[in-house]
Design a protein around this ligand. Structure first.
Ligand SMILES: Cc1cc2nc3c(=O)[nH]c(=O)nc-3n(C[C@H](O)[C@H](O)[C@H](O)COP(=O)(O)OP(=O)(O)OC[C@H]3O[C@@H](n4cnc5c(N)ncnc54)[C@H](O)[C@@H]3O)c2cc1C
Length: 456
């Protein structure tokens, strides 16, 4: 049997896409910055089918790139650029989308790795619970991709990142063996935790096929405020002041006047609080009873507040959130940016925001810098437009972050975009251990080569 015939027999001929026109949309990432050619796009629907695809790839020594919703921002889910002697199979997980029954007693659910975040959250809400992680790419991002990148998003402050939601996984190893631990035991100290190891592994160790995920209590009442402050330092002080007063605080997001104007123009609306300050903090509080009064009282006691607007309805809340969540899309209308997702200790956040313009200008004087991020995690999304020397800009920003004791990858992963700079955030010994783990899971190095770990 030829290799292509083995793939067709594994998943059915209609789910093996060979025609370049049919492959094209899978081979380019969301940003348009990363693309490459695959030998075939393969769309399995069960762990057994994934296993047969991987067995065929291992037998033929063909590399495999794993893709979920293709919303990743670091190029990890698409083939590498340039001509390849041995192009990869692009394994797309979106047909692995089964939704298991919600366990109210355990507050857990088992879902296919290709389930979108929107479908997962709707499923949890239909059972009277909620899913703790949320992010703007919710309509396409998959549970598997989110675990693989250890995605964060807008509620990390309240419920943690994706790794904290994982109660068990089913995954297929490169040689086709299936490892499965989906019992979701509340307590289990039996050796290494493979599920948590796979969180953040970016498709380099195994293909996640099903996930046992923790759910959280539904908090139906919400209050959202958009607050103008003088700058990043005041935003950090504002957060420190409201945190102890608002136990239901579930989001604290940071944006700046230029970004908010850009998003408002993109959405065709007037920016709120125009001219009131250089920075804005979007604050959301959730609870069983309407938390608006608590939010107003907390803000009233903060000298950092220059002006504020509090949403009066669900539509108002959505409008304020759109100003923050619209940043990625609005920026991409200006061109293809160099996107860097970094975090520092919260005490260094103002310094990072203050020093970024000079660091970028030194590498690329004509480039345009736009930043926004998740305030509570001191996580900034750095977007640089018009940079010809993308490596130079990346080096300048990531070196600054490392010098402040920060991480070069806060929540998007390392992918292909930042593999070269892994040594800025991890020591030689840590990288050696990572390589040993990779060799144990994937001895032939077939899964997502070039992602996360730099070439030796
Ligand atoms: C508008 C927008 C807003 C965003 N906001 C946020 C945010 O707030 N926080 C945040 O963390 N991210 C954010 N992202 C980035 C992105 O949504 C996340 O990285 C998400 O986790 C990617 O999921 P995906 O299914 O699209 O994965 P993909 O992009 O398909 O893949 C991402 C990585 O995971 C691997 N992978 C995918 N599925 C599997 C699997 N089943 N098994 C093993 N490996 C797999 C891929 O090989 C790749 O390395 C945003 C993206 C966009 C476009």
């Amino acid at each position: 049997m030829t290799f292509e015939a083995a793939l067709r027999s594994a998943v059915g001929p209609e789910h093996v896409l060979i025609d370049p026109d049919l492959r094209a949309s899978y081979e380019r990432d969301w940003t348009g910055r990363f693309s490459g050619e695959s030998r075939a796009v393969v769309r399995p629907a069960t762990a057994g089918e994934v296993a047969r695809v991987l067995e065929a790839c291992t037998g033929a020594r063909v590399p495999v790139v794993v893709q979920g919703g293709n919303t990743g921002l670091v190029g990890g889910g698409v083939p590498p650029a340039g001509p390849a002697d041995n192009p990869p199979v692009l394994l797309v997980t979106t047909r692995l989308a089964d939704l298991g029954e919600v366990s109210l007693a355990a507050r857990q659910v088992t879902v296919g790795a290709g389930t979108t975040l929107a479908a997962l959250a709707a499923h949890a809400r239909a059972a009277g619970l909620d899913f703790g992680v949320d992010l703007a790419a919710r309509e396409s991002a998959t549970a598997g991709g989110m675990v693989a990148t250890n995605a964060g998003g807008i509620r990390v402050l309240r419920h943690g990142s994706m790794r904290e939601q994982v109660a068990g996984v089913e995954a297929v190893l490169a040689d086709g063996r299936i490892v499965s631990r989906l019992d979701g035991l509340a307590k289990d100290s039996t050796g290494y935790d493979i599920g948590h190891l796979l969180a953040g592994s970016e498709g380099t160790l195994a293909v996640l096929t099903r996930l046992r995920l923790r759910l959280v209590a539904a908090e139906p009442e919400r209050a959202v405020a958009f607050v103008a402050v003088a700058g990043t330092s005041d935003a950090v002080d504002l957060l420190a002041s409201i945190l102890p007063k608002l136990p239901g605080l579930c989001a604290a997001e940071l944006c700046f006047a230029r970004g908010v104007e850009l998003v408002a123009r993109h959405l065709g609306i007037r920016p709120p609080l125009e001219g009131a300050g250089d920075a804005y903090v979007l604050v959301e509080v959730a609870g069983e009873v309407d938390p608006v009064d608590d939010l107003l009282a907390a803000l009233a006691s903060c000298p950092q507040v220059l002006d504020a607007t509090v949403a009066a309805s669900a539509a108002d809340r959505a409008r304020l959130w759109a100003l923050r969540e619209g940043h990625t899309e609005a920026i991409s209308t200006l061109g293809v940016p160099v996107k860097l997702d970094v975090s520092v200790p919260v005490t260094r956040l103002a310094e990072l925001a203050g020093r970024l313009p000079d660091a970028v200008a030194a590498a690329e004087p004509a480039a345009d810098l736009l930043i926004f991020g998740h305030l509570a995690e001191a996580n900034l999304h750095v977007n640089v437009l018009g940079a010809a020397d993308t490596e130079g800009v990346t080096s300048a920003v990531l070196s600054l972050v490392a010098s402040l004791g920060g991480s070069i990858s806060s929540e998007h992963g390392v992918g292909r975009a930042k593999a070269r700079w892994l040594g800025l955030s991890r020591s030689r010994a840590e990288i050696d251990v990572m390589r040993s783990v990779k060799a144990a899971f994937d001895p032939l190095g077939l899964l997502n080569p070039g992602v996360l770990l730099p070439a030796e």
